[in-house]
Design a protein around this ligand. Structure first.
Ligand SMILES: [Fe+2]
Length: 144
């Protein structure tokens, strides 16, 4: 696999965030019939696949190699962030398993579980962006 092939593209990130919002919306809706054609499990499967590809791209040719090349002293932090990836996949899988036994209106437990996952995941992404920014700051001489 070439480095180019595993680079994240902007469209994929937009779609991923759209999907996160859609799932949150579906989980929050009451059972008024509008959700009958929506497959929550299908959406969670799609999220799992998208995150799997996202993490693969980050770990092979994505921000990790940029950070390691530009700022080797940030390697431990990058490795720790990368180590969170399997946990996120596990959390999505757990939500998927729970969703298998439910239909709208979904349980507060499932809604809370997904909300916590989404918050932690968005925090993770923010941390990664900050890490890359610091690596670039070092590279152009504005870091400490
Ligand atoms: Fe990540």
């Amino acid at each position: 696999m070439t480095e180019q092939a595993v680079r994240l593209d902007f469209h994929a990130l937009v779609m991923e965030h759209h999907l996160l919002r859609e799932i949150h919306y579906v989980l929050s809706a009451d059972d008024n019939g509008r959700m009958e054609r929506v497959s929550l499990t299908g959406m969670l499967d799609e999220l799992y696949d998208r995150l799997y590809e996202h993490f693969l791209a980050e770990e092979h040719g994505g921000y990790m190699s940029d950070v390691l090349r530009r700022a080797p002293h940030l390697a431990d932090e990058a490795a720790r962030l990368s180590g969170e990836h399997p946990l996120f996949l596990l959390e999505v899988r757990e939500c998927r398993r729970e969703a298998d036994y439910q239909e709208a209106p979904y349980s507060a437990d499932l809604r809370g579980r997904f909300r916590k996952f989404a918050e932690r995941y968005l925090h993770h992404e923010h941390h990664e962006n900050s890490l890359v920014q610091r690596a670039f700051d070092v590279d152009i001489g504005v870091g400490d």
